[in-house]
Design a binder for this molecule. Structure first.
Ligand SMILES: Cc1cc2nc3c(=O)[nH]c(=O)nc-3n(C[C@H](O)[C@H](O)[C@H](O)COP(=O)(O)O)c2cc1C
Length: 482
């Protein structure tokens, strides 16, 4: 078997695990993973910021289909960057029958991110997607594969049909993916299709089929993936509820503690003996960002760990500098706090929120924002009374959501994660020249654990510090690394 990483730097959307972070980790011989979430939007905004550093241009010059690259460049590039108080030109929202311009943007943005993360180090890089954000999957995967992505990691859903898609796209063959449409019947056509030949400007040899790792939170799901997936699954990331980002909800009826956080119990424990029996490599995630936890994972038969939080605050991550510094200051003073919100995410999944004044974790900031839904990645597709497909998000204006058959209770406390997360990486939308979207920071429970990576008296650390600390301390404790 090929060399497998001991450390996977977890995908962190949107844009927190940027190409710079993934490159820094892969350079160390571990697996750097870019986030594939909303990359079309992020790419379009980077171009409108004037492409600082010229990285987008550098990658586009290596893209195999130059006419497509030029179309996106001329649509979005603003020399010198847009004025600070100007709005970003938005990208159309995704719908089942995606317009060609949007598919092209997905292909290009995913290509660029992976191409830049690969740099010149020669080690594999991965890309992470949320299964739930289904519509961009096919063109996004194709773009990432054109850039030679080594691993595709996917969670937040049951990605049974992704392995087969990878097989087809590797041969530039047409691929399909069924969109989940609430209320649809068997006879309704919810199939999305993507035909690479319609986008190719020249012939290309077959692409490398990336390894596929499913991110799951139960051994039943792991077994289901192996039994029912339409192609090869290469391993699992087993993610527990301490992880940053979205978490799988607790099994059974949702119960909340006094602080309103979901209560996890025995039934949520993954049976690692059953995982081992499946015979595939696996990595443990969620509070495993320390040498001791890596040792524990290896002793339990894991190939290694997937770590997010420790990388989210390092110098190379895409998290905007002011948020990063303010949170690091809080952590150093013992003041960092993370809440598992059962309401914030439009997906309805628990979502971890680091408490930071001036972001949407702050009740006043949340209440001051007028609801608007104009990015739409987390919209739910549903069957309208006229039989057509509609799209709704519990984060949109309440009356609009209700008019689409949504339930009022689903709107309570919901945050527009799409706008907030893009603001969190420094591309906030500006409305009417003055209203600037505020961000939201997600983090794992072990936020305080990152102090171990901060050199004494310093307020910044690097991805290589995390990798070295995790691995070096292992050698100290005489556990043989693979
Ligand atoms: C800022 C942040 C964003 C995240 N976003 C995603 C994501 O988009 N997709 C995903 O599969 N996991 C996401 N995660 C989870 C990580 O990939 C990883 O599994 C998790 O952070 C591991 O637990 P830890 O935070 O305790 O290290 C995110 C985590 C963080 C901290």
């Amino acid at each position: 078997m090929d060399h497998l990483p001991t450390i996977i730097q977890g995908g962190m959307g949107a844009g927190v695990s940027s190409w710079q972070l993934a490159q820094a980790v892969s350079q160390q011989g571990q697996l750097g993973v870019v986030s594939g979430t909303a990359l079309d939007q992020i790419f379009a905004r980077r171009l409108q910021d004037g492409d600082p550093g010229g990285h987008m241009r550098r990658a586009l010059d290596q893209f195999p289909f130059p006419l497509m690259a030029e179309r996106a460049w001329s649509s979005f590039y603003v020399p010198g960057g847009k004025p600070a108080n100007a709005s970003y030109k938005t990208v159309p929202m995704h719908t089942k029958d995606t317009p060609r311009e949007l598919s092209e943007l997905c292909i290009l943005a995913n290509f660029v991110e992976v191409f830049l993360a690969r740099g010149s180090h020669g080690n594999p890089v991965g890309i992470n997607y949320l299964e739930k954000i289904q519509i961009p999957h096919l063109p996004s995967l194709y773009g990432a594969m054109l850039a030679g992505v080594g691993y595709v990691l996917m969670g937040a859903g049951v990605p049974l049909k992704i392995p087969g898609v990878l097989d087809l796209l590797a041969c530039h063959k047409p691929a399909t993916y069924a969109l989940h449409v609430t209320g649809a019947e068997e006879s309704d056509d919810t199939t999305m299709s993507f035909v690479p030949l319609e986008f190719m400007e020249c012939e290309l040899p077959p692409l490398v089929r990336p390894k596929f790792l499913a991110i799951i939170a139960s051994n039943t799901l792991a077994a289901t993936m192996l039994k029912r997936a339409n192609g090869r699954v290469d391993g699992f990331v087993i993610e527990g509820p301490a992880a940053g980002g979205h978490n799988a909800p607790p099994r059974g009826k949702l119960q909340l503690d006094e602080a309103g956080e979901p209560i996890y119990g025995e039934r949520d424990q993954v049976d690692l003996a059953k995982i081992r029996e499946l015979g595939l490599p696996f990595w443990l995630a969620g509070g495993y960002g320390s040498p001791e936890k890596l040792r524990e994972a290896l002793a339990a038969g894991a190939t290694g760990v997937q770590v997010g939080t420790a990388f989210a605050y390092c110098a190379e991550s895409g998290l905007r500098e002011d948020y990063k510094q303010r949170l690091l200051t809080k952590v150093i003073s013992g003041d960092g706090r993370v809440v598992t919100s059962s309401l914030a995410s439009p997906t309805g999944f628990p979502f971890k929120v680091a408490q930071l004044e001036g972001t949407l974790s702050d009740g006043d900031v949340y209440s001051a924002r007028a609801r608007i839904c104009d990015l739409g990645y987390l919209r739910e597709a549903y069957k309208r009374p006229d039989g057509k497909i509609g799209y709704r998000c519990p984060g949109e204006p309440v009356s609009v959501y209700l008019s689409k058959g949504g339930k009022e209770e689903n709107t309570v406390g919901r945050t527009c994660l799409c706008n907030a997360l893009v603001a969190t990486i420094g591309h906030p939308q500006v409305r009417c020249g003055r209203h600037v979207e505020k961000g939201i920071v997600t983090s794992g429970d072990d936020l305080h654990g990152i102090t171990r990576y901060l050199p004494q008296g310093e307020s910044t650390y690097h991805a290589a510090d995390v990798v070295n600390e995790l691995l070096y301390s292992q050698v100290q404790s005489e556990v043989c690394l693979p």
